[in-house]
Design a protein around this ligand. Structure first.
Ligand code: HAM
Length: 419
């Protein structure tokens, strides 16, 4: 490769056909799935004022280490979005759309300056939903059920759901204080890499995979011990709903998500078919303080995000949700001068048929090879004989059947009957 050639930036990927058609199918499937539950598409900018994302957590890696932030030509400090929720809530606060709850879904790229590895990218893509304006615990059940049913409808079977409750914002901050103090007393026993986190974000220490830290935090105070009765009852109603809907789950008081805005219910879906830290295919939770933090009225909210790349990796690992086969199509092989191919391909497409052709006056053999490679079901062949008679030869590329010659002006009717 020449030195001057470019490749996609580290941690990013080009998605080419046919894999990209699988992405298209997944997005369409998701739109139908959440659309039937009343969620409407929201398209928001890929960048926002930096302050919007500061509200997802000043002590999180996403904000402190991974943000793609920059000063624009007008001197404004902006950032590429690292996740979707903050943008949707910012849009909610700005437009105050009707609906109680207001239900939104979204799809798009997110940017995090992480160390790239299998299943972890600097640009990844999420599908997600957010529901704003209702604190009914049954809405938590709806959101989790939509996510569980999404995976099931793709054919995924090896997915575990882990749930936790962070309680109210007050519960969360008093737990953070208790845990911070407890960890502070044991700082010397923690892995040195985790010590600074005790001061900035003690709950993240629970998420550490380092053995020394793990040994200490096994006995750490648990969040479920700090919840108020109200928060506990609320969580019990969510769990009861999951049971009623037959959604298997495990309560994990150590579940710490990488974002600070969560209150009450948090959850994560893990794919057993994927390895290690990159097995989180989607997660979410309630964020009852976020709208207010972004300058709006106090408004409860809940949602989930699920990574497209990780979902598809999990599908590959389980051998489900394959790419759709190429549309059953027609390939025109014109070995005269390309004029018939030029005109006929446009006529067929205008008639709503999937059609393609070769270019550059290639030989019969080379065009037939292109027809095979395209996955077309039928070849329409035009040689000197056919052109002189205003006819085409129709050859079935998938079945061993005798080919036939038909009049050019009957070709569309003929193909419609056949396909
Ligand atoms: P999150 O857990 O940070 O949550 O990301 C959601 C999903 O995006 C993850 O479960 C994973 O599938 C995928 N993902 C995240 N980072 C990467 C990466 N670097 N490479 C590949 N995939 C990745 C959120 O972003 C929240 N906004 C979810 C939410 C919605 N909470 C409430 N509403």
């Amino acid at each position: 490769m020449a030195d001057s050639s470019f490749t996609a930036p580290s941690g990013t990927h080009d998605v080419l056909a046919p894999e990209s058609s699988r992405w298209g199918s997944l997005v369409a499937h998701f739109a139908g799935h959440v659309g039937r539950a009343g969620y409407g598409l929201v398209i928001s900018p890929m960048f926002e004022e930096l302050g919007v994302f500061h509200r997802v957590g000043e002590g999180t890696d996403i904000v402190t280490k991974e943000m793609y932030d920059f000063t624009d030509k007008g001197g404004r400090h902006m950032a590429l979005r690292p996740e979707g929720t903050a943008s949707i809530v910012r849009a909610y606060v700005q437009h105050r759309p009707v609906g109680s709850p207001w239900k939104a879904w979204y799809v798009g790229p997110n940017f995090r300056y992480e160390r790239p590895q299998a299943g972890r990218y600097r640009q990844h893509h999420q599908l997600g939903i957010e529901a704003m304006g209702a604190d009914d615990p049954d809405l938590d059940v709806e959101v989790i059920a939509l996510q569980a049913d999404l995976y099931a409808s793709l054919g995924l079977r090896q997915v575990d759901l882990v749930v936790n409750s962070m309680g109210t914002a007050d519960d969360r901050s008093s737990y953070t204080e208790t845990l911070g103090a407890w960890l502070g007393e044991r700082s010397d026993d923690l892995d040195p890499a985790d010590r600074p986190t005790v001061a900035t974000n003690p709950m993240r220490v629970l998420d550490s995979k380092r053995a020394a830290t793990r040994a200490v935090t096994d006995d750490a105070p648990r969040i479920d011990e700090s919840l108020t009765t109200e928060a506990r009852d609320r969580f019990a109603r969510v769990l009861e709903g999951l049971d009623a809907l037959g959604i298997e789950h495990r309560v994990e008081p150590r579940l710490v998500r990488g974002l600070d805005y969560y209150t009450h219910t948090t959850f994560e879906f893990q794919a057993r078919a994927l390895e290690g830290a990159q097995n989180g295919i989607g997660g979410g939770g309630r964020y009852d303080g976020l709208a207010q933090a972004l300058g709006g009225p106090s408004t409860p909210g809940i949602g989930f995000g699920t990574g497209i790349e990780r979902m598809l990796l999990a599908c590959d690992a389980e051998g489900v949700f394959p790419a759709a086969e190429a549309a059953s199509s027609i390939f025109i092989v014109d070995v005269v001068d390309g004029t018939h191919a030029r005109d006929l391909v446009a006529d067929l497409r205008r008639a709503g048929l999937a059609a393609d052709r070769a270019y550059g006056g290639r030989s019969m053999k080379s065009q037939m090879k292109a027809a095979d490679r395209s996955g077309a079901a039928i070849a329409l062949i035009i040689g000197e004989d056919e052109a002189a008679a205003d006819e085409v030869t129709v050859r079935d590329l998938r079945h061993d059947e005798p080919q036939e010659r038909i009049a050019l002006d009957t070709v569309i009717d003929h193909l419609r009957k056949r396909l």
